[in-house]
Design a protein around this ligand. Structure first.
Ligand SMILES: Cc1ncc(COP(=O)(O)OP(=O)(O)O)c(N)n1
Ligand SMILES: Cc1ncsc1CCOP(=O)(O)O
Ligand SMILES: [Mg+2]
Length: 216
């Protein structure tokens, strides 16, 4: 998470929904060595607890050794057991208060708020470390039921201190309005892992696009 002297908007990498840890490890290292990344979320859907543990053990040190926070999606208890820096929970997952109890006050706990000011205020008041809004653009990574607009980021960032994350279909080409509207983080799957030049090129393209949008 940002501390001081860093760009105002940073990249939040989310892993592909299915991966083989040994094969994915060098891709993650390539992405993190290419430029600025604030955190990595391990998001494995329909996986056993053991498979998630194995993926955490293989991938967590790659992020943490580079000073990048490693956050687990959906599973606060596993996040605690495997030494993750935090957890991301959605509205149908373990409730925020319970996740916080499991992980303690020093961990990062982020909450999905879709397109809802109300959910975001609730999460922010409860103590969430960030609120996540989306989907901003069409995405094939997840069936997104909600559509958020950049204006929501502007409203939130002008009123609130709690950082906001934008997610859903974000690319280097379309991220400018989100950066300008005040997103603290851009959470991205496809545009990095499926970048034609590889994940390192994807991270570089986002770093450039964020810097250009911030300078405008
Ligand atoms: C940063 C970030 N924002 C939103 C989500 C989505 O969480 P959720 O609604 O619980 O859906 P799943 O990701 O669990 O399918 C996220 N994971 N990360
Ligand atoms: C997890 C999630 N939550 C809302 S959209 C989304 C997927 C984002 O993936 P992509 O960056 O490939 O659109
Ligand atoms: Mg979830």
């Amino acid at each position: 998470m940002p501390q001081g002297n860093e760009p105002t908007c940073r990249l939040y990498l989310v892993t592909p929904p299915a991966l083989e840890p040994a094969a994915f490890a060098p891709l993650l290292a390539e992405a993190l060595d290419a430029g600025d990344v604030a955190c990595v979320q391990l998001r494995l859907k329909d996986c056993s607890d053991d498979a998630i543990r194995r993926a955490c053990d293989a991938l967590r040190p790659i992020a943490q050794d580079r000073g990048v926070a490693f956050i687990l999606n959906d599973h606060p208890q596993l996040a605690r057991e495997t030494g993750c820096d935090g957890v991301h929970v959605g509205q149908k997952d373990t409730p925020y208060d319970q996740a916080r109890k499991i992980l303690g006050r020093d961990a990062i706990v982020g909450v999905t708020c879709h397109d809802s000011r109300h959910l975001a205020m609730e999460a922010g008041e409860a103590g969430a470390d960030y609120v996540a809004f989306g989907a901003f653009f069409p995405t094939s990574t997840k069936e997104a039921e909600y559509k958020a607009e950049p204006e929501l980021l502007r409203w939130w960032s002008e009123l609130m201190e709690v950082p906001c994350v934008a997610i859903g279909g974000i690319t280097p080409e379309n991220c400018g309005p989100l950066v300008k509207a005040g997103a603290d983080f851009l959470a991205v799957v496809s545009a990095v892992w499926h970048h034609p030049g590889g994940p390192g090129a994807g991270v570089k393209a986002f770093n450039t696009a964020i810097a250009e949008a911030s300078a405008d």
